[in-house]
Ligand binder design. Structure first.
Ligand code: ASN
Length: 298
């Protein structure tokens, strides 16, 4: 194994440890991840479904733990998981530098929290972990030739519409290239996001959600928001997105029994390590990368 690979693995380990420590101090409980489920995140972009058949039923490989997070905060106020996700993205996405079809996200959720609260948590988590990597992985960062910039929350914010007006339709790349600190994109229009992000009751058509975008052109870091939790609202949102309520029966049944309001986000670990280590492609963060369109020997 090369020195560079060893350095990247050490940084990854530091990210996991520092995030766990930070979240434990903030009162979060770690859940073991869910990998197979009768229902999973529909996602808004075109991703093939990964389904296995067993025991007379169909099991989706988890695309995110969103519904499990909403269910879990009934038991525990604040939860997180290092959740393996399978997303069979188009082969062409193998070249974006940002996509693996198997990756891990640190997915967290807090009962009764607002978007504002989880954004503040996200900034503090991001800054804490970055500082820990800077302090504990000096040798590794030097080996990789990476000079990590210093960041100071709060991070700047831009609405989806403002970003679109300033940088054009697919604004994320241009925004990320121009940014000197991580930057929040907030207030996504209802038609571009998944049905579970909560519509602002004061501003119909606008969601109480957000992305965090890395500086230096590394693209999206984190995605989340407040959640739809009332059965009538979930049903209406499923219908306007052309999704079949039958496919989401497990979620609707839970909501009928009572899902609490919550907010949360997920941050991709490989993209985080790619940014911290300054790598051209997320493939470099994993010993056994799963890149869309490529086969693997091990
Ligand atoms: N983890 C994201 C969230 O909390 C969902 C996703 O990964 N699509 O909103």
């Amino acid at each position: 194994m090369s020195e560079r690979q060893a350095a990247i693995l050490k940084i990854t380990s530091e990210v996991l440890g520092a995030a766990r420590e930070f979240l434990a101090r903030e009162g979060f409980v770690e859940l073991l991840p869910v990998i197979t489920a009768p229902v999973t995140d529909p996602l808004r972009h075109n991703t093939d479904r990964a389904v296995i058949e067993a025991y007379g039923g169909k099991w989706h490989l988890t695309r995110s733990m969103i519904f499990h997070k909403q269910a879990a905060v009934r038991a525990c106020e604040r939860i997180f998981s290092f959740s393996p996700n399978i997303r069979l993205e188009p082969s062409e996405w193998g070249h974006t530098g940002r996509h693996l079809f198997e990756f891990v996200q640190l997915d967290l959720e807090a009962r009764g929290a607002t978007r504002e609260e989880v954004m503040s948590l996200g900034e503090r988590l991001f800054t804490y972990v970055t500082e820990r990597v800077r302090a504990s992985c000096c040798r590794e960062l030097r080996e990789l030739g990476r000079e990590l910039p210093l960041f100071q929350p709060p991070f700047p914010r831009i609405t989806y519409r403002e970003a679109q007006a300033r940088y054009g339709e697919g604004f994320e790349e241009a925004l990320s290239r121009e940014a000197e600190t991580p930057v929040w994109v907030i207030d996504f229009p209802i038609e571009v996001r998944e049905f579970y992000d909560r519509e602002d009751p004061q501003r119909p058509g606008i969601l109480l959600d957000m992305d965090l975008v890395y500086p230096e052109g590394y693209g999206e870091a984190l995605s989340g928001g407040e959640r739809e939790h009332e059965p009538g609202r979930i049903l209406a949102r499923l219908r306007t997105q052309g999704l079949s309520p039958d496919d989401y029966r497990p979620l609707l049944s839970l909501a009928e029994k009572g899902l609490p309001p919550s907010a949360g986000f997920g941050i991709g670990i490989e993209r985080w390590v790619r940014f911290l280590a300054g790598l051209p492609h997320v493939r470099g963060t994993r010993l056994f990368p799963r890149v869309p369109g490529e086969l693997s020997h091990l």
